[in-house]
Design a protein. Structure first.
Ligand SMILES: [Zn+2]
Length: 320
């Protein structure tokens, strides 16, 4: 076996897993309450942006070859119905329009209510619990407002049953046949989301999300979730989180042919970033991290490292 590993040129030539800049998706937080960008304390190097600094951030990302962003909004107003989420003047709607008008980017936008409700839950509360069907009505309104702003891909993350179908139908009947849906098909209830909840100010005020996110102790449930989403019209399917779930990524790849995104979440970023910054792991770890997803079968990788990886901070063989 060693003959094929003896030289760097041979190793590079035989590496069959490729990583490309345009396979990366950078999450971007836009915050209506800010006047300038603000670093998220729990996620070093990741910021919330006001509209002006957001434009500069897009200049920077696109100059480095990033082709995909995934938008999250933090509104100035929260209430029990999450009404700021579907305003045509909302922060995400504005950010979508700016990105589409001025940059050559695939603009993806997260669709959920947890940033917009005063409860921090992903849906409307009825009788003390998240009510699936009344929540879907709001998701429809959000989807149409995003489509009107010009979004390329809508990414509903709330894990309400039927959300993909309802959004697809609303888009089609309003003439937005070309707007794509990236379904958070396989989304486990995970502690690895914790840093994100500070980033997006979306922590549930009480309780957790285990009644609608998946139980990681079940190994086959993902098949039903993906079949449902594909039948409802998903264009891209997703597995989230990434690192602890690469077995699932591989299994999805073998069973389904839809484009597959993996969301390497905030907790993964924090673990690796902190270990590198404090010298416990070398920067080379990032390369190994990056390849693991594409070797497992991802087509797209949503990662908070997308900016860092393409900004010349690391000398990655992948991007040389
Ligand atoms: Zn949510």
């Amino acid at each position: 076996m060693r003959r094929s590993r003896a030289s760097i040129t041979m190793r590079d030539s035989l590496a069959d897993v490729k990583v490309r800049r345009d396979s990366l998706v950078m999450p971007v937080f836009v915050d209506e309450n800010l006047r300038e960008k603000k670093e998220i304390q729990e996620m070093r190097g990741i910021y919330r942006y006001d509209i002006n600094s957001y434009r500069k951030h897009l200049d920077h990302l696109t100059a480095n070859g990033i082709r995909n962003i995934l938008l999250f909004g933090i509104p100035s107003h929260k209430d029990s119905t999450g009404s700021a989420s579907y305003s045509s003047e909302g922060i995400v709607q504005k950010a979508i329009a700016i990105a589409r008008e001025n940059y050559s980017l695939n603009v993806m936008a997260d669709l959920c209510l947890c940033e917009y409700t005063d409860t921090g839950q992903c849906g409307l509360i009825r009788n003390g619990a998240v009510d699936n069907d009344s929540t879907l009505k709001v998701y429809e309104k959000i989807a149409l407002s995003y489509a009107q702003a010009g979004v390329n891909v809508i990414a509903p993350s709330g894990m309400m049953d039927g959300q993909v179908g309802v959004i697809r139908n609303a888009l089609d009947t309003s003439g937005f046949n070309n707007t794509m849906i990236m379904a958070y098909s396989v989304k486990y209830a995970s502690t690895l989301y914790n840093p994100f909840r500070y980033a997006a100010d979306s922590a549930p005020r009480e309780g957790d999300r285990k009644s609608y996110q998946m139980d990681y102790r079940r190994s086959q449930e993902w098949i039903d979730e993906i079949e449902l989403d594909i039948n409802e019209g998903a264009d891209i399917i997703m597995v989230k989180p990434g690192l602890f779930y690469l077995d699932i990524v591989r299994s999805v790849r073998e069973r389904f042919h839809k484009p597959l995104a993996v969301y390497s979440v905030s907790g993964e970023y924090v673990m690796i970033r902190n270990a590198i910054d404090s010298g416990f792991l070398p920067q080379e770890t990032l390369e190994e991290y990056l390849y693991s997803f594409f070797r497992a079968g991802a087509d797209l990788l949503i990662t908070y490292f997308a900016d860092y990886l393409t900004s010349g901070n690391v000398s990655l063989a992948a991007f040389r």
